[in-house]
Design a protein around this ligand. Structure first.
Ligand SMILES: C[S@@+](CC[C@H](N)C(=O)[O-])C[C@H]1O[C@@H](n2cnc3c(N)ncnc32)[C@H](O)[C@@H]1O
Length: 285
């Protein structure tokens, strides 16, 4: 295995994320260096020629590494990510370290999501925006004393499903068409003691809601074309007053997704932009 590495200014983080942490890509690590002004981008490649091709395009250097499991080489000490005043997402797997984090942040729910071969550690703009919206929805349900359920289409590591469960949603379901993601997500459910959530393998293109189940919150952080293809079905699975959070939309696909959603009869969404990425938040009438 070979790794391509390059140091860069933090201001280019979005561009590197878009290039190497696009949807479904899991072989890159972007790490902020002490001082906060620089980042290091590492891309792990199975073949030297892949790493050399990146170096030819972007500069940087290539070195050989022995370990075959890139995830194990990813920095175990990712900076914890705080979402609003309710969540803290850590890359730590060690229960002792998680307990220490909990003691240091008693008001927050601590989520343990170590780097593995699935998307969704909370670093990416498409995930962090969904988490912020989920935290806000949970707050308003808590204030109103309302129960709420949640479905996560394209669950990856299961992070959004686990966050919803920790924020009070039940039941919670997540699915993904990638069997590796399903195994990772199930491991994360156990690790985070979220027994009200379940994860299964399914392709959104074939998925049909079970019976007449309607969901109070549905998240789908997947490619724009998968969203447009399945929007009608997702909107039909939404409870009255329910929230549909669509993420993973590159700005150039904004119009296409908005047009597909308009056909479902959903009202105008709230749009949240982060770098090149867009998240749409719909609330059903
Ligand atoms: C960008 S990741 C999102 C992961 C996580 N939900 C998050 O927000 O960080 C997209 C996930 O959706 C899955 N996915 C993509 N297309 C899908 C489809 N048609 N059906 C089910 N899962 C899909 C991918 O395998 C991947 O795990």
């Amino acid at each position: 295995m070979h790794v391509w590495s390059k140091l860069s200014s933090t201001k280019w983080r979005d561009a590197w994320e878009e290039r190497f942490l696009g949807l479904g890509q899991t072989n890159a690590v972007i790490q902020e260096l002490p001082g906060g002004k620089s980042i290091r981008v590492d891309v792990y490649c199975n073949h030297e020629k892949e790493a050399l091709a990146i170096a030819e395009q972007f500069g940087g250097r290539v070195r050989k590494v022995k370990n075959e499991n890139w995830a194990a080489m990813a920095p175990a000490k990712r900076r914890p990510i705080k979402i609003r005043d309710t969540l803290l997402i850590s890359g730590e797997a060690d229960p002792q370290q998680i307990k220490q984090l909990q003691d240091a942040h008693p008001a927050r729910q601590i989520l343990s999501i170590p780097a593995e071969l699935a998307f969704g550690t909370g670093d990416h703009a498409t995930t962090s925006t969904c988490l912020q919206i989920l935290a806000d929805i949970a707050k308003s349900h808590r204030r109103a004393g309302r129960d709420w359920s949640m479905l996560d289409a394209g669950t990856g590591t299961g992070l959004l499903a686990i966050a919803a469960a920790k924020l009070g949603a039940a039941p919670v379901e997540g699915f993904d068409f990638d069997p590796t993601a399903v195994s990772v997500a199930r491991r994360n459910l156990k690790r985070n003691k979220t027994s009200c959530a379940s994860i299964y393998e399914a392709d959104l293109n074939q998925w049909q809601p079970a019976g007449k189940t309607l969901w109070d919150v549905i998240t789908a952080n997947v490619f724009a074309d998968v969203l447009t293809e399945n929007l009608m079905k997702l909107s039909h699975a939404l409870a009255p007053g329910g929230h549909l959070i669509l993420s993973g939309i590159l700005l150039e696909y904004e119009e296409a997704v908005l047009a597909a959603a308009e056909k479902t009869g959903l009202p105008r969404p709230e749009s949240l932009h982060k770098g090149q990425w867009l998240t749409l938040h719909y609330q059903n009438t």
